[in-house]
Design a protein around this ligand. Structure first.
Ligand SMILES: [Zn+2]
Length: 123
């Protein structure tokens, strides 16, 4: 149950952006390798947002692909992994194959976390 702090930080960000306007939808970028369960996040969000302008807001999840950045040439590799396939084996292949420049020194640059993309506000 590690989704609660994520739900709290998304709520804080959303409330700050919305001012006092009611929040109808919260569009989130969910990293393909984030290990965050959307259902748990929704549960915590709906609990934490009670009595705030975000009460009743719908969470919409958009999948953010995993990206690796080459530490040698700064190229960004986007891992194209179908949603019905596990990330880990494909990730292992990418990491061992390395960058087209020959370097295998890659760091994660996306797809691990959760981001607030945008809000849909009411009047
Ligand atoms: Zn490279």
């Amino acid at each position: 149950m590690h989704e609660e702090p994520y739900a709290q930080s998304i709520l804080d960000m959303a409330l700050e952006k919305a001012g006092s306007r009611p929040i109808k939808k919260v569009i989130l970028g969910l990293g393909r390798f984030s290990a965050i369960e959307p259902e748990s996040l929704e549960l915590f969000f709906s609990h934490l947002s009670r009595g705030t302008p975000a009460q009743g807001a719908i969470l919409v999840f958009e999948t953010v692909p995993v990206t690796l950045t080459c530490k040698t040439c700064s190229a960004v590799l986007t891992l194209d992994i179908p949603l019905d396939q596990p990330v880990r084996p494909a990730l292992g292949r990418y990491l061992s194959r390395g960058c087209s420049c020959g370097s295998t020194s890659l760091s994660f640059s996306g797809g691990l976390g959760l981001d607030l993309i945008r809000l849909e506000l009411g009047d």
